[in-house]
Design a protein around this ligand. Structure first.
Ligand code: ATP
Ligand code: MG
Length: 202
């Protein structure tokens, strides 16, 4: 049987329970052999100046995933120069492991932009997409999008139903800035790291 690998891309600024629950639920549902978290280098759609150092985001991702034997973290995007695109990442992974089947895990807010992603036609052929609902994206829009993708690329996109968790990294950064508690929003180790490195206070 083919190895099934989940790919969880994100800025992870910081990683939070929403990411971890999404990854774990996907792993269990699709019986994945592992999930690889890939903190982004320089994402094309975000203002680079506002993003925390890649090393800190990587470190927090490691701390958050350390206790899950199925979770791994890759430095491949943060080590790459220039802009990072999902299609390049997946192509590289497939080259390294030709027999594996890849599941790209993403919230609805990312998936709705799929037709703007670099080489999305090629990307949709390279891996499956697993998505979950997120605030701001109407259910009908998401369901239509998934139908459209599946008509164009057979059995490529799945809508997974998981407990809805209204946590975002933006929300966490704002809470830290305003001196509010982020306990239980992020794993304890991540909370400690944020305090130690004084992240998000400016
Ligand atoms: P930001 O607010 O900085 O955009 P974020 O919380 O959306 O941060 P990202 O690193 O941008 O986190 O997200 C990585 C992936 O995880 C995206 O596909 C996003 O949709 C998904 N995701 C993030 N938070 C949740 C959540 N609470 N529930 C489900 N999916 C989530
Ligand atoms: Mg986001």
């Amino acid at each position: 049987m083919k190895t099934k690998i989940g790919i969880m891309g994100g800025t992870f600024d910081p990683i939070h329970l929403g990411h971890l629950i999404l990854a774990e639920e996907t792993r269990v549902h699709f019986n994945l052999d592992k999930v690889v978290f890939i903190p982004s280098g320089r994402p094309p759609h975000k203002n680079w100046d506002d993003i925390t150092e890649p090393y800190d985001r990587y470190e927090m991702t490691l701390l958050a995933t350390n206790d899950n034997p199925y979770f791994f973290v890759s430095t491949m995007e943060i080590e790459r120069e220039g802009l990072t695109y999902t299609v390049d990442t997946i192509k590289r992974l497939k080259k390294e492991n030709k027999d594996a089947e890849y599941y790209f895990i993403t919230g609805a807010d990312s998936l709705v932009d799929i037709y703007k992603w670099k080489n999305h036609e090629e990307l949709l052929k390279l891996c499956k997409f697993v998505t979950v609902k997120r605030i701001g994206i109407p259910n009908s829009e998401l369901e239509n999008l998934i139908d459209k993708i599946n008509k164009e690329h057979r059995d490529t996109a799945y809508l997974l139903t998981i407990p809805y968790i209204d946590i975002s990294s933006t929300g966490i950064r704002n809470r830290v800035k305003r001196g509010k508690s982020i306990k239980y929003y992020v794993p304890e180790e991540v909370e400690r790291y944020i305090k130690k490195k004084k992240l998000y206070i400016e």
